[in-house]
Design a protein around this ligand. Structure first.
Ligand SMILES: C[S@@+](CC[C@H](N)C(=O)[O-])C[C@H]1O[C@@H](n2cnc3c(N)ncnc32)[C@H](O)[C@@H]1O
Length: 235
């Protein structure tokens, strides 16, 4: 099933170059790195991601009472925003790193004891949910860590679990500023399992290839770090 799908998506309208293709997803290493960093990771979110998270929530159209999934919760800063906005709905978070998933769950539970919210250690490429069960999916800073075929697999999985008309809000690293771009490339070269590589510039194409229709786009800068937010809908 997946092989013909990948073949189809490796059609000429997607341009792979040496620079933009992570040869393979190094999930084992990524999982170990994020497991180790789970205690200090909130600092990085606070300094670089919180503004993008806030705007992503605004763009997502998430309303209280929905069924919401966050893919790649990290240490749970966005997840807690989602739970706060969706107290009467159901909110689920997944992350490859068991330490990240359990940290996110514990902290959320301490802050919001009675809400319908759960976290699991799950690989985003194979989501353990039935078709069409979510109204909205949010995914921040994950695609950089996946190879191009795995980005397509993951976006296809997200599309599968969304109901028709459901929304995907994606946040990725933006490569706008030349200094930031240089620093990011250097960091990614040294620690690819943590930083991945930029997918900016190809994300719209990949999202479109997975039949998700983009209806909103914003650039955000925080402490010199650039993010790009995309809002898309399953037709
Ligand atoms: C850069 S962090 C972003 C965390 C959070 N979304 C945020 O906005 O701060 C990337 C996260 O993706 C998770 N991750 C990496 N590969 C994954 C995969 N295949 N499936 C699920 N999560 C993954 C990592 O464990 C890590 O927590």
């Amino acid at each position: 099933m997946i092989k013909p799908l990948l073949k189809e998506f490796e059609a000429p309208f997607l341009t792979f170059t040496r620079d933009n293709r992570l040869p393979r997803t190094i999930a084992g290493k990524t999982r170990r790195v994020y497991d180790v960093l789970s205690t200090v990771y909130p600092l990085s979110t606070y300094c670089f991601h919180s503004r993008a998270h806030k705007i992503a929530l605004e763009m997502s159209g998430i309303r209280n009472g929905m069924r919401v999934l966050e893919v790649a919760t990290g240490s749970g800063e966005m997840f807690r925003r989602l739970v706060r906005a969706n107290r009467h709905g159901a909110t689920v978070g997944v992350d490859l790193s068991p330490n990240m998933a359990s940290k996110t769950y514990r902290q959320m539970r301490a802050e919001y004891p009675g809400v319908d919210a759960h976290c699991q250690a799950v690989d985003a490429r194979y989501l353990p949910f039935a078709d069409g069960v979510y109204d909205a999916v949010v995914c921040c800073y994950l695609l950089e860590l996946l190879s191009t075929p795995d980005i397509i697999l993951t976006l296809e999985e997200i599309r599968r679990v969304l109901r028709p008309g459901g929304t995907l809000t994606l946040v990725n690293i933006g490569v706008n500023g030349p200094i930031f771009t240089k620093l990011y490339r250097a960091a990614a070269h040294v620690a690819p399992a943590f930083w991945g590589r930029s997918v900016d510039g190809r994300v719209n194409e990949l999202v479109g290839a997975c039949r998700l229709h983009i209806y909103g786009e914003r650039h955000v800068r925080q402490s010199g770090y650039h993010s790009r937010i995309l809002a898309a809908r399953k037709g």
